[in-house]
Ligand binder design. Structure first.
Ligand code: SF4
Length: 386
């Protein structure tokens, strides 16, 4: 696990939340909703010796249903929602470019957000205000989905399966804007914690049958799936930004040059006649180098993706560990494979996302979207800011 050593949140001691999750599962008054992060599907089966093909999301959904969760959903859905908000936020900043500073940075890795707040506070206002997919999922589950079930948000316990400890800290920081609903996400479990829960049900994972994910929050696009690999957020955002600017879809692979596990990648793409300079870094050492280069004026970018773990969330510290073997690259390939095989490859074409905007949010950056899906990175303090 690489994340642990790179992780600014000092996640050496895993706080195990499984007991609290079991309590919620066993409470007849509580409805448990679980979301599965993009990077988990590429890694969970390793611990049971399952092949990537067998260890599908539908088999994982079946395992989690047997563990006792009521509804099994996909963080790929809210990754698509993050793209809708973040791509539109970026285009708004570009429209307003005389008053904005560039680059805009992605916000979905809490390891990066903390690092920036602690070491480079001058860049914090350039981090996208869009919440991460984990947090957006919780905000939508406790509002739109609670309405669908016709229950108050307090009846829902939202659990997420995440690749790292930083995600546990993220769900504990006050990004929620709705006091009645409690936190966006109640508990985050790492892949390893989830696998222990699956083990203790005494299911033989080799016997798992496929089970469909629940709807509507169980549907994500290929663009959502690649969030788990370095470059994936950038590629997903560019697919939708291109559509928003031109009214037409690009070739879904048009931005594939940002793929690959190199720690610092840069590309210039043409967005309707405007050159767009993007960079993708993974590993906080590379993030620091990029910020220093920006400060010196050695590089200039419009949009930068940062992931704290080398290779992105597929290499997160909460994922299965194999001594001395780095899995980020092969797991990343699994995600690109999933994306390549899907017919749904654009966040803006996800029917559940279209429905959520039509019936609930209005449009990206609407008042309700701003309220539920965006956050103020200054609303909480690092210990060194107290
Ligand atoms: Fe967690 Fe992913 Fe960030 Fe690593 S890159 S700290 S796994 S969110």
């Amino acid at each position: 696990g690489q994340c642990i050593t790179h992780c600014p949140v000092n996640g050496l001691h895993e706080r195990d939340d499984t007991d609290r999750v079991y309590e919620a599962i066993n409470d007849p008054d509580i409805i448990t909703v679980v979301q599965i992060a993009p990077s988990i599907r590429a890694a969970w089966g390793e611990a049971f010796g399952l092949s990537p093909k067998f260890a599908s999301m539908k088999r994982l959904a079946s395992a989690l249903h047997q563990v006792g969760f009521d509804y099994i959903f996909d963080t790929d859905f809210s990754a698509d929602l993050t793209i809708m908000e973040e791509a539109n936020e970026f285009l708004e900043r570009v429209k307003n470019k005389d008053h904005e500073k560039f680059p805009m940075f992605t916000s979905c890795c809490p390891g990066w957000v903390r690092y920036c707040k602690a070491h480079y506070p001058e860049f914090v206002d350039q981090i996208s205000t869009s919440k991460s997919p984990q947090q957006m999922f919780g905000a939508i589950a406790k509002t739109w989905y609670a309405q669908m079930l016709n229950v108050p948000p307090s009846k829902l316990c939202v659990v997420s399966i995440m690749p790292c400890i930083a995600k546990k800290h993220e769900c504990a920081i006050p990004t929620i804007n709705d006091a009645d609903a409690g936190r966006d996400v109640d508990y985050a479990l790492t892949t390893r914690e989830m696998n222990r829960m699956i083990r203790s049900t005494h299911i033989d994972p080799h016997d798992l049958k496929e089970r469909k994910l629940d709807m509507p929050l169980g549907l994500g696009s290929g663009a959502g799936a690649i969030f788990g690999a370095t470059g994936g957020v950038m590629e997903a955002a560019l697919r939708t930004a291109y559509y928003a600017v031109t009214g037409e879809n690009p070739d879904p692979d048009a931005f594939r040059d940002v793929r690959g596990i190199e720690g610092w990648k840069e590309e210039t793409f043409d967005l309707n006649g405007t050159p767009l300079r993007v960079a993708v870094v993974s590993g906080l050492g590379n993030a620091g180098k990029l910020l220093e280069a920006l400060k010196r004026g050695d590089v200039e970018y419009d949009f930068v993706e940062v992931m704290a773990c080398p290779g992105g969330c597929v290499g997160g510290g909460g994922q299965p560990i194999h001594d001395g073997v780095e899995m980020a690259e092969s797991r990343g390939k699994i995600l690109y494979d999933i994306d390549g095989k899907m017919s749904l490859r654009f966040s803006h074409e996800n029917p559940s996302i279209i429905d959520c905007y039509e019936k609930f949010l209005g449009k990206p950056l609407s008042e309700r979207s701003e309220h539920l899906l965006h956050t103020d990175h200054h609303s909480w303090k690092m210990p060194n800011e107290e």
